[in-house]
Every structure is written in structure tokens, then in C-alpha cells.
Design a protein around this ligand. Sequence first.
Ligand code: ATP
Ligand code: MG
Length: 201
Amino acid sequence: MTDKANDQARHKERMQQQKEKVDKRIAAATDDKGLLLVITGNGKGKSTSGFGTVARAVGHGLSAKVVQYVKGTWACGERDLLEKLGVEFHVMGTGFTWETQDKEKDIKAAQTAWQASKKWLTDPSVELVLLDEITYMLTYKYIDIDDVIETLENRPSNQHVIVTGRACHRRVIELADTVSEVRPVKHAFDNGIKAQKGIDW
Ligand code: ATP
Ligand code: MG
């Protein structure tokens, strides 16, 4: 056998072994379950990942809802698209602390958004709920962690939930099925580039 043929044969054997391993794991994963996913960390891509999953679910005909806990006054490309496809949104409808500088107003808005979330988190016809930026509401204690955990635990068994935001509460991470942390390596903003339409919002 030539060196090249040898290489090819070894590569094929390694790939075959890899495929067997992956096939075994796929065959062993047989359970269906509504998942709790957390996308946290300081890097860019948490909300876009959450919205990407909403688009994926809607593409399969699933019923999805979105609650946006921050930046209610900002434009959001995903909202404009997904609302056209019948995805209902609750937007907190206020700027946030550094803009409003009105803590009482923020707390009220957060609690109203949480009540809207709860309505969907108890409705078995809703198959996916995105709780975008809810982590900050827990950090600031604007909504009650016990209530959030209890609601997530008791939600309909087929319902998927995605939580996004930095510094996710430890108890939400413990409860979650899948947790991803986005790590910043570089961000254009640090080089004086402003937020770009279609990329950052
Ligand atoms: P995206 O909505 O782009 O997925 P994200 O949800 O991960 O971002 P957020 O903390 O919600 O991040 O911030 C939203 C905005 O802040 C976006 O415009 C995003 O590009 C920007 N941003 C995110 N991470 C960073 C960072 N590490 N440095 C500077 N700007 C950031
Ligand atoms: Mg975000």
C-alpha cells in the first residue's frame, strides 16, 4: 500500500470508530422532555441564540412566545420578523435603570413581565417560551427566585424554556438541562464601533 492509501485507510478506520461511538450515544438517548436551556456569560450571542431557537421551533410549527425583560424601548429585528409569523411578545415596555432611574417603575414593569411569563409557563399549548434577559431581574431581586424556580419546575412537561442573560442565578443553572456560557474573546464595540443594525439589534 502507498503512504497515501495507508493514510486513507487509517482515516476511514478512525472515522468508523467515531461513528460507532456517536451512533451508540444517539441510540441511548431515547427520552423526550420539555427542556430548560440557559445561555449565559459575558460574550455576544445569547439573545441571538435564543431567537435562533425560536425561529427553529416556529419552522417546525411549534407554538412559541417571547418575553423581553430589558431594552424594551430598543428596536429588535427578531421581534419584527417573528411577530409576523404569529409569535406573541411581551416587552417590558420600559427602558432600564440607567435610562429611567426610577426603581419603583422598573420593579413594577419587571413584575408585570413575570406575570405575562407565568401565564405562558402554565399553558400546555405553549411549546416554547423565551425569557430574554430575565437573569437581571433575579440579580436585582425585582422578581422572586422561589416563584421563578417553582413556576419552571411545575410548567407543562412538554414545554421548552430558554433563559438568557449574564450572571444567571445558580438555582436556575442547577435546574436547567442544557447550559451554555458565551465567552467574550473580542467585541467590535471595544474598538469604537457602534452597535450595527441587523447584527447587534
Ligand atoms: P446579542 O443580542 O447580540 O446576542 P447578547 O444577548 O449576548 O447579544 P447582551 O448582554 O444582551 O448580549 O447585549 C446586547 C447588546 O450588547 C448587543 O448589541 C451586543 O452586540 C452587545 N454586547 C454583547 N456582549 C458584549 C460585549 N462583551 N462587549 C460589548 N458589547 C456587547
Ligand atoms: Mg441579550
